[in-house]
Design a protein around this ligand. Structure first.
Ligand SMILES: [Zn+2]
Length: 65
């Protein structure tokens, strides 16, 4: 994955070239307090991927779903 996506304009500071994108996973975020994980049943769990973007110019982090 590219460290910086030069095409993205930060919606917070309107600056281009400082936004980095990370792929996140809702299931992984919820582990530990939500649903139990069944052996071999991971594919049946809610497993929604989403993107987390961080602007290194204004230091804002937001989610894209
Ligand atoms: Zn920004």
């Amino acid at each position: 994955m590219r460290p910086t996506d030069g095409q993205l304009v930060c919606p917070h500071c309107q600056t281009k070239g400082f936004v980095t994108t990370k792929q996140k996973n809702v299931l992984r975020d919820l582990l530990g307090w939500s649903q139990p994980v069944f052996p071999g049943g991971r594919s049946r769990q809610k497993n929604k991927a989403y993107l987390e973007r961080t602007c290194s110019n204004c230091r804002t982090t937001w989610e894209v779903r």
